[in-house]
Design a protein around this ligand. Structure first.
Ligand SMILES: [Zn+2]
Ligand SMILES: [Zn+2]
Length: 379
């Protein structure tokens, strides 16, 4: 997810509201016509969600005022009620690779994430454990964590990760901001451990003054947080697009950052490769896929790769701009994603989309996941 790009961050929240208001205005949102009644879905385990809490007005004031929750049901099927005959479920495509999914909304609480994952056909999800654009921490009560784990255990989702807050800057030269960031980051690790998430994805910070000092500060803050919070959740540092003074847009710089983590903590740390970020940073996945991956393997080591963020890029090669696009519609193009979905080196690496959601938060993701699963079998 783009951290620096505040507009994108803000966009995603109002977008929800927008889609809702759209749903209220439109008298008859298109119903998805069941297309191929013959197509049988290989019925994924359904978690029989008690109440699709997504329809709760929740704590989002905007959402609550926009529309009565029930109208949404017209556009979006309830979790687990996607008709097998619809032929649109991404689960209907045979796929035996590592967990594959998308960033899903936790509006109304983390408990809403598993049913949303099922709606889009995900076996991997990324989520925010709090409002990513605010400092305020969300306290997680034990019952919520238990309910989340239980719902997850009954879902087909096999990989989960959190993405940390956009405000966190572990590399800041401002001691107060860095302390605040480190505390917030530790909270994130704590919540993620409580939820049993596999990983937390964190963007390296902005060095602001001096690059080398920034890298050192960022590493120190990571060490502090990892020492303070123990648990099974791994930390995956995400390669960045390189805008402004952000750290971690080259494989070398990421390696430098990670080398500063003591050996005892190394098993708890890895890398998240975002295709849009590395492309914008200048790694040409479109025309030199093998070269880029070879470089990653040389400099960072494929053993460090813990997650792939699959995003096409609206911004051109080397633009240093973090702008995600739907798969196949950006400057990276379809071929690189076909490679990723069929390359044995990535067979065990979880893959998560952060592509534009569109109006209803479901249709685009479903389409993207079907597309990717199709790539995996040469479609
Ligand atoms: Zn990303
Ligand atoms: Zn991004």
């Amino acid at each position: 997810m783009p951290r620096k790009n505040a507009t994108r961050v803000k966009k995603s929240a109002p977008k929800k509201a927008k889609s809702k208001s759209a749903a209220t205005k439109k008298p008859a949102p298109k119903k998805r016509a069941p297309k191929k009644p013959a197509l049988k879905k290989p019925t994924p385990k359904k978690p029989a969600p008690k109440k699709p809490a997504r329809r709760k007005p929740a704590s989002k004031p905007a959402a609550a005022t926009v529309r009565p929750p029930s109208t949404r049901a017209v556009a979006v099927p309830k979790p687990g009620t996607v008709p097998p005959s619809a032929g649109v479920s991404p689960y209907s495509i045979p796929y035996h690779g590592a967990p594959l999914g998308a960033h899903v909304s936790t509006a109304g609480g983390v408990i809403n994430a598993p049913p949303r994952a099922i709606d889009i056909g995900a076996t991997a999800i990324q989520l925010f454990t709090k409002q990513a654009s605010q400092w305020r921490e969300r306290m997680l009560d034990a019952a919520d964590a238990r309910a989340f784990r239980a719902a997850l255990a009954q879902s087909p989702v096999a990989f989960t990760n959190a993405h940390d807050s956009y405000l966190i800057n572990l590399a800041s030269p401002d001691a107060a901001l860095r302390a605040k960031s480190t505390a917030s980051f530790a909270f994130e690790m704590r919540r993620s451990n409580a939820l049993g998430l596999d990983a937390v994805v964190s963007h390296p910070g902005n060095f602001m003054d001096d690059r080398a000092s920034g890298i050192a500060r960022n590493a120190d803050a990571i060490i502090e947080a990892l020492e303070r919070v123990t648990g099974p959740t791994r930390l995956l540092m995400e390669l960045t697009a390189g805008q402004g003074t952000v750290i971690g847009s080259t494989f070398e710089e990421m390696a430098e950052l990670l080398q500063r983590i003591p050996a005892a903590l190394q098993p708890r740390v890895g890398v998240c490769l975002d295709t849009a970020h590395v492309f914008a940073a200048g790694y040409d996945l479109a025309h030199d896929f093998d070269g880029v991956i070879a470089r990653f393997a040389d400099v960072l080591g494929l053993h460090r790769l813990g997650l792939l963020h699959l995003n096409d890029s609206k911004a051109p090669l080397g633009s240093k701009k973090d702008r995600h696009e739907l798969i196949g519609l950006g400057h990276i193009g379809e071929a690189a994603f076909r490679r990723i979905m069929t390359d044995l080196r990535f067979a065990d690496i979880p893959k998560v989309l952060e592509t534009p959601k569109g109006e209803d938060m479901v249709t685009n993701d479903r389409r993207m996941l079907r597309l990717l699963r199709g790539f995996a079998i040469g479609r």
